[in-house]
Write a protein that binds this ligand. Structure first.
Ligand code: FE2
Ligand code: FE2
Length: 304
């Protein structure tokens, strides 16, 4: 018997069988798997989609912060697409003669993904990324299970799987963007805290708030010098501050007197303590090279 003749005899048999069990609708005798198992698996996916819809909707409404507007739109779009997945799955369950389980009771325990609200925008994105990764893994397993047993369900699941992968990619991109933003905000906070500490120290040492605001960047090193007098010639060299003397009355000093942090320390210290503080300090916290060289030379000089 040729292949064609064999197929035609099969056709007759197929026609005969099609007239039987009409109540089974789309499920025919050569359905590869167990319908009950297929429905149970699809209902598991239904619960996962419900949880995903609710989580995305919560995030779309409750995300806060200046950077959240575009992300909220993305959350809302994903919620819509998860709803489409739910519809497709429910339709397929119905085609297989099953009943989609949309009962809210116990939906969380039937789902693969979790309903996690998240503390802030980055947490929300992270939770959505985790949920998408859970969905990807479960759909991939289901695609393998249905394989040739039920090609229609497999193709449907492949379609959903492709969109879950897009969702995961979207969440990953958002996470990278917003985590980077949070890092730069944190470093900005550290810089601000440093400026506030320097400003407070300067105020305690006698500088006026105006002077603090106008305080120039801390110079690398150099001798302490008086500020130029108003009206003094442009090329006038400022006179060096005389050595500290306990008898010298304390005068009010402006922030421009603080040519370095060390100078500020010296102003506030007692005469005895001042003697222990070097006049200048390099930005690394070490004495300037000239002082350092002199110190090491005297340490290595042998007695004659
Ligand atoms: Fe989905
Ligand atoms: Fe998704």
């Amino acid at each position: 018997m040729s292949a064609r003749e064999g197929f035609l005899s099969d056709i007759k048999e197929i026609r005969r069988r099609a007239r039987q069990h009409l109540s089974e609708g789309a499920v025919t005798q050569n359905y590869g798997g167990k319908v009950e198992d297929a429905v149970a698996l699809l209902n598991h996916a239904v619960a996962t989609e419900i949880v995903c819809i609710l989580r995305y909707k919560f995030h779309a409404v409750c995300a806060t912060g200046l950077a959240s507007e575009a992300v909220k739109e993305e959350f809302a779009q994903h919620a819509k697409e998860e709803e489409e997945h739910l519809d497709l799955l429910a339709e397929r369950i119905n085609q297989l003669g099953g009943k989609p389980n949309l009962n809210p009771e116990g939906v969380g325990s039937r789902a693969a993904s979790e309903y996690a609200e998240g503390e802030n925008l980055v947490d929300m994105i992270k939770e959505d990324l985790v949920a998408e990764r859970v969905a990807i893994e479960t759909y991939r397993e289901m695609v393998r299970y249905f394989g040739d047993r039920d090609p229609t369900t497999r193709v449907l699941l492949e379609r959903i799987l492709a969109q879950e992968e897009e969702h995961a990619n979207d969440m990953h991109d958002l996470l990278v963007t917003h985590e980077a933003g949070r890092c730069s905000t944190n470093s900005g906070r550290v810089r601000l805290a440093f400026v506030m500490v320097v400003g407070t120290v300067t105020l305690i040492l006698g500088a006026t708030p105006e002077a603090t605001l106008e305080m120039p960047p801390i110079p690398e090193a150099g001798p302490l010098a008086r500020p130029k007098q108003v009206g003094a010639p442009a090329d006038a060299t400022p006179a060096a501050i005389p050595p500290d003397n306990p008898q010298t009355p304390r005068r009010s000093r402006s922030a421009s007197d603080c040519s370095s942090m060390v100078a500020c320390q010296r102003m506030g210290a007692s005469p005895a303590a001042r003697a222990t503080i070097p006049r200048t300090l390099s930005p690394t916290g070490n004495p300037p090279r000239s002082e350092s060289r002199a110190a090491s030379a005297s340490a290595t000089r042998r007695p004659s």
